[in-house]
Design a protein around this ligand. Sequence first.
Ligand code: ATP
Length: 357
Amino acid sequence: MSNKLIDIVNVSKSFGDNLVLDDLNLYIRENEFLTLLGPSGCGKTTLLRIIGGFETPDTGKVIFDGKDITDLAPNKRQLNTVFQKYALFTNMTIAENIAFGLKIKGKTKSYINDKIRYALKLVNLEGFEDRTPDSLSGGQQQRIAIARAIVNEPKVLLLDEPLGALDLKLRQDMQYELIRLKNELGITFVYVTHDQEEALTMSDTIVVMNQGYIQQIGTPEDIYNEPKNAFVADFIGESNILPATMVQDKLVKILGASFPCVDVGFGRNRPVDAVIRPEDIDLVKPEDGIIEGVVTHLIFKGVHYEMEVTANNFEWLVHSTDMVEVGTEVGIQVNPFDIQIMKKPESEDAEAVTIEE
Ligand SMILES: Nc1ncnc2c1ncn2[C@@H]1O[C@H](COP(=O)(O)OP(=O)(O)OP(=O)(O)O)[C@@H](O)[C@H]1O
């Protein structure tokens, strides 16, 4: 991959007593589509605003292309921000909206007109110059907001939940538009969302955040297939997160039953979280499973059936293309490679338990 473009070094930020970012380190590469993903209030917007220059960190630095820009005003940075609310000027035409920043910069009329045409073509809204924002749909308005940012030729586009106000179908269309745009423009996108599906669809790199900390950085595949902890596993996709204990190197006790697993080198008698994706559970005959249970719920989801299986006092979420009727007795079977064993957070791990083998 390409070079480091933005380096966030030891950044902390509090609002009053609320520590929002705690000694955060992250770098963003040139031409990367990097998504900050996490639940509401985890600090993603604050981090984006620090990169954009709208907020100053209490400690730490933002380095852009090798230069310290921590105290540089937003308009002096080579980046532009697109917010969730389109913030178009309603009393201006689309062309005037796009031209606004360029006029302030004193660009010539012909330069501005060329840029308007170029930007409208990029966002697939050619011929919209003389329309007003209120005659446009939400998706079209958001495209104009992006066009307005693009004409400034930023090296980086910062996008704060830009599709948050759109309905599902439009959001999905716009996701593909944004990927295309990013590829055509060859610039870096830093994208904030709390929508994991959106992050998985669009990103080269996902940064999963929670409570001011980075939980994991990786490609969508890494984050989905190898979540580093139970928070990431739970936040990205659906998971069964089960309290468990390592019995031996390749055996984990889950809800009282021993499941073969891969050796994670955690040692014996260690309490862990066992994470199993719903699509990785095989429902077999009761006598062939590791645990016996009964199907208690069944929903058809289009591509698969979603089932709940009650087994050993736990409701297991199971996805399968085969339907199993409610009330059927089943066995639960899992490939050892599909059981992710994760360390518990430090505080929960304080007391190791002793178990009988
Ligand atoms: N200007 C501010 N003054 C005081 N508190 C703030 C300010 N900006 C953010 N916060 C607080 O900082 C925390 C993180 O906010 P932030 O907007 O960064 O989270 P987020 O992950 O982007 O959440 P959301 O998805 O809801 O926008 C929240 O508790 C928020 O209330």
